[in-house]
Design a protein around this ligand. Structure first.
Ligand code: DAH
Length: 335
């Protein structure tokens, strides 16, 4: 054991000595102390020893670990000191600047346009109760619509919100009617991941409640929004769609901007992208949040911000958006 420990220390010394960069030091650290390190092998040897031996060698191994950590820490300190001294704050930067994430950019654009139309911006929690995510949106327990949204259930009895529609309820409860609100945010579903699905994605909820609101108002707001986001005349179409919290409900599609309507994997060859389910708010939803449906009505929409960012920046694989891969961001020319 003693020889083994000395050998490990000597090897560690020479490896640490050679390191010149912080990143390399992290690799050396994991080699010396990580799961497949020699130190870990010694720990495994301990298991088959008697209690007396365990005490004796356990202490030796702990000291070895301590020594290795000290060596790594002092190397780390010396690397950082040098880097700091070499750094001249007065030099002009020739480094690439970072950029905002594509979803952040479209979210800001959409909320800017909507706030000009008099919408307020609401932020709700990502960890939600089933009441806000389902019940208050006219999706009672055991309703089949719950199965459509593969929900992540948490140990604390709450869930990860499957959509931003939760904020319709929060907005109505807090502000009552009339109201215009939008709520961008992250949503979660237990999806199989592929180029067009991720388990974490962004939506933007929009809601207008007033007297005598019409489907014409809904179409106007949606078209105005999309034209402004894409800075051109975007083709839209409405198809009937079912969502328990709207009646009538629609699927709003826009012409696929990746292939200009010809057909590609992102639009599954149809030339259209399902962008924004919407509809006239169901009277039950208004009633449950204390708004009289005989007096007020309204529309709501749930825009796929992730999908919108993909359209706008011609990103053909949703997985890059949560990958943290800077090279991909450069590819989209966002700098
Ligand atoms: N929350 C729905 C979903 O994620 C989308 C949705 C549909 C939102 C219709 C709406 C709406 O506001 O009116 O599946």
């Amino acid at each position: 054991m003693k020889e083994k420990v000395e050998l490990i220390l000597r090897e560690a010394e020479s490896e640490i000595e050679k390191v010149t960069k912080e990143a390399d030091l992290l690799n050396v650290k994991s080699k010396l102390l990580g799961k497949s390190s020699k130190v870990n092998e010694l720990m495994t040897d301990l298991k088959s020893m008697s209690i007396e031996e365990k005490k004796q060698y356990g202490r030796v191994i702990n000291e070895l670990k301590y020594d290795l950590e000290q060596m790594i820490q002092s190397k780390y300190n010396s690397l950082n000191t040098n880097e700091f001294l070499d750094f001249d704050h007065t030099l002009p930067s020739n480094q690439d600047h970072g950029s905002l994430h594509p979803v952040t950019i479209v979210s800001k654009e959409v909320t800017d346009i909507l706030t000009k139309m008099g919408f307020i911006i609401l932020n709700g929690p990502e960890m939600e109760s089933e009441y806000y995510n389902f019940e208050a949106l006219n999706i009672p327990k055991n309703h089949p619509a719950r199965d459509m949204q593969d929900t992540f259930y948490l140990d604390n009895g709450l869930i990860l919100r499957t959509h931003t529609s939760t904020n319709q309820v929060r907005g109505m409860e807090k502000y009552g009617a009339p109201i215009r609100l939008c709520a961008p945010g992250r949503c979660f579903r237990n999806e199989n991941i592929d180029h067009s699905h991720d388990n974490t994605f962004f939506q933007l909820e929009g809601m207008v409640i007033d007297k005598n609101v019409s489907i014409g108002n809904l179409i106007y707001v949606m078209k105005e929004l999309l034209d402004n986001v894409f800075k051109k005349d975007v083709k839209v179409r409405l198809r009937p769609g079912f969502f328990p919290f709207v009646e009538p409900g629609f699927e709003l599609d826009c012409s696929c901007l990746i292939c200009e309507g010809i057909g590609c994997p992102t639009c599954k060859g149809s030339g259209w992208i399902e962008l924004c389910p919407c509809g006239m708010i169901h009277p039950n939803v208004l009633r449950m949040s204390g708004i009289n449906p005989d007096e007020y009505n309204g529309f709501a929409f749930g825009m796929g911000l992730t999908r919108l960012a993909m359209m706008k920046y011609k990103i053909d694989d949703v997985r890059v958006l949560n990958s943290g891969d800077l090279m991909s961001l450069e590819r989209f020319n966002l700098k």
